[in-house]
Ligand binder design. Sequence first.
Ligand SMILES: [Ca+2]
Length: 146
Amino acid sequence: MNHAERNVFAEVSAFRTPPMSRFLGRPLPAIIGRAPNLVKRARGVYIVLSSYNKLYHNNLINNTQQVFSWDQGLPYQSVNTWDDGYPSGGNYWSDYTDVDEKSGPYQDQPGSDGIWDHPYVIDVDNTDNYPLVEPWSPKPTDARAH
Ligand SMILES: [Ca+2]
């Protein structure tokens, strides 16, 4: 892990710092989008006592554990959003391959679209509905959209 990755990871981690309300049953949402490439970490995304995070357009590549949620043994299960809807898409997961023969919000229309035809399921409460076929990179269309 290089310095830049560690810096950004720390920044992202700060958003996930457990708010005290978490323990009162009202987890505070944090919006995280377009975080860096998460490559070859022990844990690609480390979520600590936090829910309702939105994580998309990340490249999770060859992490020992792509997503680690530190909620085990606690009454809360971390529930997060792992995509930005269609066609914006979700994340790139190096440990996932599927077929890309369909397109559309329900992946039931003919034609490939760079999104795997089936969701990437992390656990029962965490699913990337639009996992990317190729690592995410900014596209000219994104720049024009803002
Ligand atoms: Ca597709």
